[in-house]
Design a protein around this ligand. Structure first.
Ligand SMILES: NC(=O)c1ccc[n+]([C@@H]2O[C@H](COP(=O)([O-])OP(=O)(O)OC[C@H]3O[C@@H](n4cnc5c(N)ncnc54)[C@H](O)[C@@H]3O)[C@@H](O)[C@H]2O)c1
Length: 329
């Protein structure tokens, strides 16, 4: 039975939500370098967050752990393009090192946060068996990690989660995710401003459903190595469909359209395998209740630099708080 969890990236958008939901059910050790100022909220829930860069992990950090949930990475395409060498160092090499450290322990399970962005651009509906087409450094690093995991043997069970684009409120919200950004802009600026022409398609999933599914996969032992798309078929939408839904729910009709080639990524994803693996899982959120929940939370939310990850990292570099390789000075 899994009791002790090591959660890397515990202070992030998904990590802080996981802590909020499950810190009473598991002993969670949180590791994070804390670029985005969430240590207080998470530490209050956990009582224990270690400020540590995942590039510096040692086997001492993995003592008495049953399961590792690995979320700490540079978490989106623009951030991944800042310095591609750095992105491979944090997102790929540190993951490989973590896996090899885990081989020296009795850890039973590894849950890895990959992304549907490995599909990049595809006109057909993609499944876990489809050919990959990663466009950005961020997505290419995810593919490298997946391949490393799939091509090697490990002494622990592994679930690779190809998450759809997340949305929804969390203790450390990201406004660089399209639904969160558009709802925020509708509420605060009374306009819905698309960067693209709205045609690109992609799947969405609520942050809370991702956390619930991770927890189901912690409890479920019927796999050795699993590669799964995480999301629901009904939430494959074009950006313009999202904008229209937000317009309806916020009563803001002012939608402006961006450039036609502003976003090369477009894909429609099939999530049937997830239904087969977790047949009893019922999604908590669809688009409507997820957007309504965001609207309610944004009424009392004050934005800061933290919510846009690339902006915050550039700010920390400019102020010489961190160096060019993202180590704290
Ligand atoms: N949010 C999404 O839509 C989404 C979709 C697919 C996959 N994912 C993946 O899920 C994971 C979590 O994403 P998120 O949205 O919570 O991102 P996030 O940026 O909010 O959280 C990442 C956390 O990792 C920490 N971190 C970054 N580099 C680190 C380092 N070198 N050492 C230690 N900590 C470090 C950051 O401080 C941050 O708290 C990432 O791997 C991301 O690629 C997210």
């Amino acid at each position: 039975m899994i009791k002790n969890i090591l959660l890397t990236g515990c202070n992030g958008y998904l990590g802080s939500k996981f802590v909020e939901k499950f810190s009473n059910d598991y002993q969670i050790n949180g590791f994070d370098t804390n670029f985005f100022d969430c240590s207080n909220k998470v530490a209050t829930a956990l009582g224990n967050v270690i400020q540590k860069d995942i590039r510096n992990l040692t086997t001492n950090d993995l003592q008495n752990i049953d399961c590792v949930i690995h979320m700490a990475e540079l978490s989106n395409d623009p951030l991944g393009e800042l310095n591609s060498k750095l992105t491979y160092e944090i997102n790929h090499q540190a993951t490989i090192n973590l896996l090899s450290l885990m081989e020296k322990t009795n850890i039973k399970k590894f849950i890895y946060m990959s992304s549907c962005s490995v599909y990049g651009y595809n006109e057909k509906t993609v499944t876990e068996k489809s050919e990959l087409n990663p466009i950005t450094t961020y997505a290419k690093a995810k593919v490298r990690n997946e391949n490393y995991i799939l091509e090697n043997d490990f002494s622990f069970k592994i679930a690779i989660l190809r998450n759809a684009t997340a949305f929804g409120f969390s203790p450390n919200i990201r406004l660089d995710l399209v639904i969160n950004d558009l709802v925020y802009s509708a509420i605060k600026n009374s306009k819905i401003e698309l960067l693209s022409d709205g045609k690109p398609k992609r799947p969405f999933v609520h942050v809370e459903d991702i956390c619930n599914i991770i927890e189901h996969l912690i409890k479920n032992d019927n796999y050795e190595k699993l590669l799964l798309n995480i999301g629901r078929n009904e939430l494959n939408c074009s950006i313009i469909e999202i904008a229209e839904k937000i317009a309806k729910l916020t009563n803001i009709s002012n939608i402006s359209i961006g450039k036609s080639n502003a976003d090369e990524r477009s894909y429609n994803v099939n999530f049937d395998l997830l239904k087969n693996i977790l047949p009893n899982y019922e999604f908590v959120y669809n688009l409507d209740n997820g957007i309504l929940d965001l609207i309610e939370n944004f009424s009392k939310y004050i934005d800061s630099y933290n919510s846009r990850r690339l902006k915050k990292i550039k700010f920390l570099i400019r102020k010489k708080k961190i160096d060019e390789m993202l180590y704290w000075n």
